[in-house]
Each structure stands twice: as C-alpha cells, then as structure tokens.
Write a protein that binds this ligand. Structure first.
Ligand code: IMP
Ligand code: MG
Length: 188
C-alpha cells in the first residue's frame, strides 16, 4: 500500500522531513471565517462583489468565505507567477488566469497568507491599473513582523509570528494543504 508522506500524531504532523505542532484548530478557523464573512457581507451589500482567490494556497479559504456570503456574489481565481527580475525587490510577479473584466467592479482579493507582503503588493499594483471600483484584500493569515511593504490587509483571519505554518491551504514543498487545522514548524 502507498504510504502518504503526512503522518498525524494527535496534535503533531510530520510533513516530509519536518515536525509541526497544531496552532489554530479547524473550529477556531471556521468561527473566524464566519465572523469575517459577516463583516464582508455588510461591507459589500448591493455591490455584487467579485472575490478573486490567489491560487493555490487561498483556494480553501476563498471557498469557505464565499459559502458564508448570504447573497449573490461572483468568484474567480488567478495565479501569481514569480520569477527573478530586475525591479527593486529582485522579483517580478505576473498575474495570470484572470478572465473577468474588473473595471468598475468591487473586487476583494483573497490570500492565504501575507508574509513580506511583496506578492500582495504587486497584485494590488497590477489590479489597480484595471480601474476597479474598489480593491481590498482579505487574508487568512498575516505576519505583521515580516512585512516589508507598506500594506494593510483589510480583513485578517489571524495574525501570526514570523514562523513557518502549514495547513488550511498552506504547504511545505507541496504537502500539508489539505490539513484542516493550521500547524507551526517545531523548533528542534
Ligand atoms: P509574501 O512574502 O507576502 O510575498 O508571501 C509569498 C508567499 O509565500 C505566500 O503567498 C505563500 O505562498 C508563501 N508563504 C509565506 N509564508 C508562508 C508560511 O508560513 N507557510 C507556507 N507558505 C508561506
Ligand atoms: Mg500564496
């Protein structure tokens, strides 16, 4: 039988070569998602909001969020391709896969995590050029101490220390996204 590389030992998981311990339970996550969705629902009422999830990590959070929106809204996804470039950060990001015309739309970008903020910053710069009616950002996790750009996410699930986390969409070398809880890397 094929063995999966993720092993669960109660409140710990092993993914590839690393040990992680539980940090935020799925019950806490779902409760927080409902709270955020309630605020977002109030803020976007009668605006036919367009939710844009950033693949791959934010797929799970995006779906959880919109299933808690009690009126009509639209859903799309995009992908940010990062490659070494020549701008001040050393990286250039290109946005791919967005088919919707966002001109005059109320757009909410949905991210899994804002770490340095470089990815989200590029995304905002890029989408703003397409003249949406409004552009805000929701993120499941936020590491304020790791931030390198002047950026304030509008809706934050949980603030975390600048530690490596997995689960609820976040991966370590491709694995761990399917974990319902959020885990943090254990220091050896
Ligand atoms: P940024 O540094 O804010 O640009 O984040 C870039 C990307 O790094 C995020 O979208 C995640 O895919 C990834 N990332 C940052 N911190 C973590 C983490 O703790 N666990 C897993 N992925 C992370
Ligand atoms: Mg990401």
């Amino acid at each position: 039988m094929l063995q999966t590389p993720t092993y669960k030992l109660q409140d710990e998981v092993i993914v590839h070569d690393k040990h992680f311990r539980i940090k935020i339970t799925s019950e806490e996550i779902q409760q927080r998602v409902r709270e955020l969705a309630e605020r977002i629902s109030d803020d976007y009422r009668d605006k036919n909001p367009l939710f844009i999830g950033v693949l791959t990590g934010a797929a799970i959070f995006t779906v959880d969020l919109i299933m808690n929106i009690p009126y009509n809204c639209e859903l799309s996804f995009l992908r940010v391709n990062s490659y070494l470039g020549t701008d001040s950060t050393g990286m250039v990001n290109s946005v791919i896969g967005l088919k919707e015309d966002i001109t005059n739309r109320h757009v909410l970008i949905v991210e899994d995590i804002i770490d340095t903020g470089i990815t989200a910053g590029h995304l905002i710069d890029d989408l703003r050029q397409k003249n949406p009616a409004s552009l805000k950002i929701a993120t499941a996790l936020f590491k304020p101490k790791a931030l390198k750009r002047n950026l304030t996410p509008d809706y934050v699930g949980f603030e975390v220390e600048p530690e490596f986390v997995i689960g609820y969409g976040l991966d370590y070398n491709g694995h761990g996204r399917n974990l319902k809880d959020i885990y943090v890397l254990k220091q050896e």
